[in-house]
Design a protein around this ligand. Structure first.
Ligand code: SF4
Length: 66
C-alpha cells in the first residue's frame, strides 16, 4: 500500500508549485518544469504530495493509492 505519482508532461507549464510544496517528491528540469523524484511516495511525504497535486494549476499531477 502506498501512493504513486504520475505527471502529465503535456499539461505541465512550469509554475513550480509542486517542487516548492513537496521538494522530496518533485524536482525541476532545466526549463522549470516538474520532474518526478520518487514514483512511489514514502508515507512521510504523502501529505506534501497531496497538497502539491491539489495546488497544480494545470491539474498535471495524479496520485493513486496502490
Ligand atoms: S505545479 Fe503543475 S504545472 Fe507547475 S511545475 Fe508542477 S506539475 Fe508543472
Amino acid at each position: 500500500m502506498g501512493v504513486t505519482v504520475k505527471l502529465d508532461h503535456a499539461k505541465c507549464v512550469g509554475h513550480g508549485r509542486c517542487y516548492e510544496l513537496a521538494p522530496e517528491v518533485f524536482g525541476e528540469d532545466e526549463r522549470g518544469h516538474c520532474t518526478i523524484l520518487v514514483e512511489c511516495v514514502p508515507p512521510e511525504h504523502e501529505k506534501a504530495a497531496l497538497i502539491a497535486a491539489a495546488n497544480c494549476p494545470e491539474d498535471a499531477i495524479k496520485l493513486a493509492r496502490s
